[in-house]
Design a binder for this molecule. Structure first.
Ligand code: ATP
Ligand code: MG
Length: 353
């Protein structure tokens, strides 16, 4: 059985929503993409999806699309027959075959080449794939969960990511905010990992950092997110001097004041989160005179409506007449909103009511 990851720790709105989504999505097996910076917990979320799904006990296979050159990634994913290419002296099963019945976690999907994206799309559409050199396709029943720290919409605009694959993969989106955006999660993460690491190190007594140290850690900008927090906690446990380690952390860090306000510009994964969609702090808007309270209000209302309508449609399996009753708007208004706000049905939706 796959190794089981930790629970998703955190109390922030973002993490609570992630946990809720995991709970719902795990039962559905719908293709999912997890967005977020490095070290933010994308793999933990994928593991939790798997653990709560009926596929628990079947394989959980992970592959990092950024770590392998194209040819190797292709043979890792799809496998090959003996003699398929020079050096293929034995038949080898690919990850799609190994993950059959379970989960295939495609990490760093944004780094996959366009040629391989086309092959992946074919598997997702047909449920079949051909190992290199094979004459017949093989069926696969695999739940594909992907993760990326890219803004895939931007990659599409730049011709680096296939739009059809994006819609096929991205039926469910899960955004994890950077840790600096959710300081409330720092105390529970510290509690959890101090206990974990104390056990691992064989220490008898659990020593939690003092409150003033936790407060300082909440002010730090955590470019390496939870992974960096884990490293800091390990250093504290081994070296024992929390204040010194935190001072070094804060002094070594180049935290430009503007970074605190504008970090979402560099964080495509968070760009869709509630915390960041009102980009009124963008100086450009003020200079260009394109900023007004009215425009901000419209944006905010649109964003909330889109969120709520998408949620109700998802919960009613895209039954629009049911959804319009729940939302207490006419059927026609709902259709107009769906078009105006660009709400897209999951690609396997066949409902037309
Ligand atoms: N919410 C969380 N609760 C518990 N542990 C977490 C949480 N978020 C992250 N972690 C831990 O932090 C570490 C980094 O998380 P993970 O590997 O899931 O990040 P990632 O987003 O996949 O990073 P990368 O993009 O670098 O692969 C892991 O040890 C993970 O267990
Ligand atoms: Mg990862």
């Amino acid at each position: 059985m796959a190794h089981i990851g930790p629970p998703i720790i955190g109390v922030s709105d973002n993490i609570q929503r992630v946990r809720e989504l995991v709970e719902h999505v795990a039962q559905t097996g719908l293709n999912t993409v997890i967005f977020g910076e490095s070290g933010v917990g994308k793999e933990v979320v994928a593991q939790n999806l798997y653990q709560r799904s009926p596929r628990l006990g079947k394989p959980f296979i992970k592959i990092n699309c950024a770590a392998l050159p194209e040819g190797l990634l292709e043979s890792e994913l799809f496998g090959y027959e003996r003699g398929a290419f020079t050096g293929a002296d034995q038949k080898r099963r690919g990850k799609f075959q190994l993950a059959h019945g379970g989960v295939l976690f495609l990490d760093e999907i944004g780094d996959m080449s366009l040629a391989l994206q086309a092959k992946l799309l074919h598997v997702l559409q047909s449920g079949e794939f051909a190992p290199l050199g094979a004459e017949k396709d093989i069926k696969t029943d695999t739940w594909v969960i992907a993760a990326t720290n890219h803004d895939l919409k931007q990659d599409i605009n730049e011709g680096k990511f296939r739009e059809d694959l994006y819609y096929r993969l991205n039926i469910i989106k899960i955004y994890i905010n950077p840790l600096r955006n959710r300081p409330d999660d720092i105390p529970p993460l510290i509690d959890y990992y101090i206990n974990e690491f104390t056990c691992q190190l064989g220490h008898k007594n659990v020593t939690h950092p003092p409150d003033h140290a936790i407060y300082k850690l909440q002010k730090y900008h955590w470019p390496g997110n939870v992974r960096e927090l884990q490293n800091v906690l390990k250093r504290m446990l081994v070296l024992g001097d929390a204040d010194k380690i935190i001072d070094e952390l804060l002094h070594g860090a180049v935290v430009k004041p503007e970074m605190r306000d504008n970090f979402n510009e560099h964080v495509p994964a968070a760009a869709d989160s509630f915390e960041s969609f009102l980009d009124y702090k963008d100086e450009g808007l003020i200079k260009n005179n394109s900023f007004s309270l009215k425009s901000v209000k419209k944006k905010a209302v649109d964003r909330v409506e889109k969120e709520v309508i998408s949620y109700v449609l998802q919960r009613t399996d895209w039954n629009r007449s049911k959804a319009s009753k729940i939302l207490k708007v006419s059927y026609k208004t709902l259709l107009n909103k769906i078009a105006e706000l660009g709400i897209e049905p999951p690609s396997n939706n066949s409902s037309n009511n």
